[in-house]
Write a protein that binds this ligand. Structure first.
Ligand code: SF4
Length: 413
């Protein structure tokens, strides 16, 4: 008989081992459950395995028929690659001296059929950010082509590619998929999980923020270099290494004019918090093709708790999406997924209303890179709304909105 998914833990020497007699578990908010084989997929290559310090892994003790936190070992969690959406978080109990975990997502890992498995779904089959076969020497050669450039943005992207391994920056130099156009050192929000700026005493930001505002000419040079050599290309404002692009809408508008004077090819896209509706409308008129709007929830109170917007509110975000749809733009949601919040019945019912109201075209189901238990505490998520499960809500939406696309990466228009 096939043995069930078994708990994996790490010892103080960071050795990972399985604990026969203990079933592997996952968590969604306060709810801990035993992992069933039908929830599991093999651990994707390019995943990172972490042990979580000052935390006790929770397993299901088969003999005692009860959940049990384990002492003298640490939970094992996986940070999974782009394209996969986790459906549960690692099951653990915090020790008194536990600190905030760094900005990653933490999927539970089980030992099953002689290998490592996780509860997740492959939400996007495309390989836009798959760096597994990246030839670093070749990348260096491709970057050297731009040696001596006066374009500060190209120099910045070279750093993003070589130092921070940013997939979009690497794709720009390799001449494929989507190229980044970061333009903004500042932001009008203060997201809890901002990967480019974290407050003192919090966990480190994942990458440094751009320190200058490129000129429309510098932006257009990067964009046209990419569009002229990549079919079905995307060039996108609003990258991980910047604040909010809408704060530099005037510069973006000039850059779009230069690009569109040269070519009608390529998709000009923007990832944004969409807090400034007037600027969104101006860019739609200037030729922006598509937008991806970032949301941790469609409930205004939870949105404000996460984004701490400075000069806008959740209703401005909705107004921006409705305006962009009136201009027939393709709108995707950057839906920051956290099991235990995203899959509550309350959130799902609100999401259905939100989709009816805004007519968004796509949902990108992106794992929220933040300490799951601290996040849910901050979102005050101890409400009693039943959990439907991430996979279930996606299936329900597929039935209810057959034209709504689901994925992880932006789509060329
Ligand atoms: S909108 Fe983006 S840049 Fe601004 S705080 Fe949030 S994550 Fe950071």
């Amino acid at each position: 008989m096939m043995s069930p998914p078994i708990l994996l833990v790490a010892d103080k020497n960071k050795q990972i081992y399985d604990l026969p007699g203990f079933l592997a578990c996952g968590q969604a908010g306060p709810q801990i459950s035993v992992l069933s084989p039908k929830q599991l997929i093999p651990l994707p290559k390019d995943s990172n395995l972490f042990f979580l310090p000052n935390r006790y892994p929770v397993g299901f003790n088969i003999q005692k028929n009860t959940y049990e936190p384990m002492a003298n070992c640490s939970p094992v969690a996986a940070f999974i690659p782009p394209g996969y959406t986790q459906t549960l978080t690692a099951a653990y109990a915090e020790a008194k001296d536990a600190e905030l975990l760094p900005l990653f997502s933490y999927a539970p890992v089980a030992y099953y059929k002689g290998a490592f498995y996780i509860p997740a779904i492959r939400i996007d089959q495309r390989k836009n950010h798959d760096l597994s076969s990246l030839d670093k020497k070749m990348l260096c050669k491709k970057i050297q082509v731009f040696e001596g450039t006066k374009n500060r943005l190209i120099t910045h992207l070279a750093g993003c590619a070589q130092v921070n391994s940013c997939p979009n920056a690497i794709n720009f130099f390799l001449g494929k998929y989507e190229a980044p156009l970061p333009v903004s050192p500042s932001c009008n929000a203060r997201c809890l999980g901002c990967i480019s700026a974290q407050p003192k005493g919090s966990c480190p930001a994942t990458q440094p923020r751009i320190t200058f505002v490129p000129t429309p000419e510098e932006i257009a040079e990067v964009a046209l270099t990419h569009i002229n050599r990549v079919s079905r290309s995307i060039v996108s404002f609003g990258q991980g290494c910047e604040g909010e692009p809408l704060l530099n809408a005037a510069i973006i508008k000039k850059a779009i004019n230069i690009i569109r004077k040269e070519t009608s090819r390529g998709t000009i896209h923007m990832n944004t918090n969409a807090g400034r509706t007037k600027d969104v409308e101006a860019l739609c008129k200037a030729g922006l093709n598509s937008m991806r709007v970032s949301l941790n929830s469609v409930r205004p109170d939870l949105y404000h708790s996460y984004y701490s917007p400075r000069d806008y509110t959740f209703s401005d975000v909705i107004a921006s999406i409705v305006t962009a749809k009136q201009h027939k733009k393709f709108i995707a949601l950057n839906y920051l997924v956290m099991p235990g919040l995203t899959d509550t019945k309350e959130e799902f019912q609100k999401l259905v209303k939100f989709i009816h109201k805004t007519r968004v075209d796509m949902i990108q189901w992106r794992n929220l890179n933040y300490d799951p238990q601290r996040y849910l505490k901050k979102m005050d998520q101890n409400n009693k709304s039943p959990l439907l499960g991430i996979k279930t809500i996606i299936q329900l939406l597929q039935k209810q909105f057959p034209k709504l696309r689901h994925g992880y990466f932006n789509i060329p228009q």
